[in-house]
Write a protein that binds this ligand. Structure first.
Ligand code: HEM
Length: 453
C-alpha cells in the first residue's frame, strides 16, 4: 500500500478541463462514454469545478494507471466513501459497500473468509445447475433475449448461493425491487442539488418499499438459519459464524441483513451484464465461440465444477475481454480527505476523485485496437508485464470487490455450460446500455440459438 512521503503542497493542481461548464455537467452524468470525452479534452487527470466548494465538490477525473493507483492503492486515511455510498447507506443500511474505512475494516476481516477462492467453490453446483436450466430451455433452438435469460440465471444462482433459497418465480420480483431501489439511489447521488431525505416523494416511497420487501426476505432466511444451524445456506451460516479475527466480535443480525442485501444488489446486475455481454460478443465471433465450446467439451458431458476451472483458461480470457470492453462498474468515486498527490498533481481535500474504468479499459494508448474483441490480450504471454492498474473491472486496492471470485466462478461455469451445448448467433450489431449506476443492457439483446452439433 502507498503512503504519502512527498511534500504535496509544492505540486501543481491537475490541469483544468477546457470544456464548457454546460457540457461537463452533462458528461459527468454520462457515466461511461462521458469519461472518454472528458479525458480527450483534458488529459488522463483533469479537474472540473461546478460551483462553490461548499455547495458542489470539485471533481478530478483520473483515467490512467499510475493516477488510479495513487487514488485506490493508498493508505485508507487519504480517501473515503463519497455521496454515492452515503445514498446507498441511507437506503439499504450499513453494509460492507458503504461503511466508512474505520468501521469497514473489522467487517471486511470478518467477511473475507466467506469469499475466498476456496470458499466460493461451495456455490459451484448452484451455478452450473442454474446454467443448465438455460440449456434445457433453449437447447432445442429459438430466438432468445440474452439479457432476460442471464438475469434469470444470475438471480437464481445468487439467490441459492447468497440466501440459500430457490427464488423461482420470486426471482423476477426481487430483480424489479432491486432495480427500483438502485435507480432511485443512483439518480439522487448524481444530482447536483438533492431534495431533503425526509421529503416523501413517490420515487422515494417506491424505493423504500422495495428495500423493505427485500429485507424481509433476508431477515426470514437469517432467522431460519439461526433456528436450524444445519440449514443448507453456506453464506448465511458463514456470516453468522464470522468473527473479526482481531477482536473476536461477530456481526449483528441487522448488519448481516445489510450485507446479504448488498451482496444481492452489488452482485446481480454486474454479473448479469458481464455474462450477457460475453455471450453477445461470442455470438459475433463464431471462431472464438468454437474455441470456448471445444475447451468445455474436452472436460466431458457432466456437470461442470469449480475443479474444472483451471481447464477453462480460454473461457476466462473471453470473460476478461468482455469485462474490459464493458466493465459493469464503469467508474468509482472517492472523496479526498486531505491534500494528496495523484500522478504528480495535488488533489485538494474535499475533491471527488472519479476513477474512469471505462475510459481506462478502452484507451488506445494502452490497448492496441481497443474496440476489437480479442481474448488473446489476456493470454499469459500477452498479459505478462502489464501494469496491475490497467485492467480493474473489480477494482484493486483495499476496497476492491469482495465478490470477485464468486463472479468469476459464476460467469466461467455458466458460459462453459451454455456454449458447450448451444450455438449462439447475435442478432443486433450493437449492445445498447443504460448506466443508471452500474451498466445494464438497455432493451432486449436478441440472439438466435441452436443445438451445438
Ligand atoms: C462481474 C461482477 C462484478 C463486478 C464487475 C463488480 C465490481 C465491483 C467494483 C468495481 C467494486 C468497487 C465499488 C466502489 O468502491 O465504489 C465492487 C465492490 C463490491 N462488490 Fe462487486 N462486482 C461484481 C460482483 C459482485 C458480487 C457477485 C458480489 C457479492 C456476492 C459483490 C459484492 C461487492 C461488495 C460487497 C463490494 C464492496 C466491497 C468493499 O467496499 O469492501 N460484487 N464490486
Amino acid at each position: 500500500m502507498i503512503t504519502e512521503t512527498l511534500d504535496v503542497s509544492v505540486l501543481p493542481l491537475a490541469p483544468k478541463n477546457p470544456l464548457p461548464l454546460w457540457q461537463l455537467v452533462k458528461l459527468v452524468r454520462t457515466l461511461d462514454t462521458g469519461q472518454e470525452v472528458i479525458r480527450d479534452a483534458g488529459g488522463p487527470i483533469t479537474r472540473m469545478k461546478f460551483g462553490p466548494k461548499w455547495l458542489v465538490p470539485p471533481i478530478v477525473a483520473v483515467t490512467w494507471p499510475d493516477g488510479i493507483r495513487d487514488v485506490l492503492g493508498r493508505n485508507d486515511a487519504f480517501s473515503e466513501r463519497c455521496i454515492i455510498h452515503d445514498e446507498v447507506r441511507h437506503m439499504a443500511g450499513g453494509s460492507l459497500f458503504v461503511l466508512p474505512n474505520v468501521s469497514w475494516l473489522p467487517r471486511k476481516r470478518a467477511l473475507q473468509p466467506v469469499f475466498t477462492k476456496q470458499s466460493v467453490r461451495n456455490y459451484g453446483g448452484y451455478i452450473s445447475r442454474a446454467a443448465q436450466t438455460f440449456v434445457d430451455r433453449w437447447g432445442g433452438g429459438g430466438d432468445v433475449d440474452l439479457d432476460v435469460e442471464c438475469r434469470r440465471l444470475t438471480m437464481q444462482s445468487l439467490g441459492r448461493s447468497v440466501l440459500g433459497i430457490d427464488l423461482n418465480e420470486r426471482a423476477d420480483v426481487i430483480a424489479d425491487h432491486m432495480h427500483v431501489a438502485s435507480s432511485y439511489t443512483a439518480d439522487r447521488a448524481l444530482r447536483p442539488v438533492r431534495a431533503p431525505r425526509w421529503l416523501p416523494t413517490p420515487a422515494r416511497r417506491r424505493a423504500r418499499t422495495a428495500v423493505m420487501s427485500m429485507r424481509k426476505v433476508t431477515n426470514e432466511i437469517l432467522q431460519a438459519c439461526r433456528a436450524d444451524p444445519t440449514r443448507d445456506a453456506p453464506l448465511v451460516q458463514g456470516l453468522i459464524a464470522a468473527t473479526d479475527p482481531e477482536t473476536g466480535r461477530s456481526v449483528s443480525d441487522d448488519d448481516i441483513c445489510n450485507d446479504l442485501l448488498i451482496f444481492m444488489l452489488a452482485g446481480h446486475d454486474t454479473t448479469a451484464t458481464a455474462l450477457t455481454y460475453a455471450l453477445w460478443a461470442l455470438g459475433h465471433h463464431p471462431d472464438i465461440q468454437d474455441r470456448v465450446a471445444a475447451e468445455a467439451a474436452a472436460i466431458g458431458d457432466r456437470e461442470l465444477t469449480p475443479e474444472d476451472v483451471p481447464r477453462l483458461g480460454y473461457t476466462v480470457q473471453v470473460l476478461r475481454e468482455a469485462l474490459r470492453l464493458q466493465p459493469p462498474a464503469a467508474g468509482v468515486a472517492r472523496l479526498a480527505t486531505r491534500d494528496i498527490a495523484v500522478a504528480g498533481y495535488r488533489v485538494q481535500a474535499g475533491t471527488l476523485m472519479a476513477v474512469g474504468i471505462y475510459a481506462l479499459h478502452r484507451d488506445p494508448a494502452l490497448w492496441p485496437r481497443p474496440l476489437d474483441f480479442d481474448p488473446d490480450r489476456f493470454s499469459t504471454e500477452a498479459a505478462k508485464g502489464r501494469d496491475r492498474w490497467q485492467f480493474i473491472p473489480f477494482l484493486a486496492g483495499p476496497r476492491s470487490c469482495i465478490g470477485e471470485h464468486f463472479a468469476m466462478l459464476e460467469t466461467t461455469l455458466a458460459m462453459a455450460t451454455i456454449i458447450r451445448s448451444i450455438e449462439i448467433r447475435s442478432v443486433g450489431q450493437d449492445f445498447p446500455v443504460a448506466v443508471p449506476f452500474t451498466t445494464v443492457a438497455d432493451g432486449p439483446i436478441w440472439a438466435r440459438v441452436s443445438p451445438r452439433t
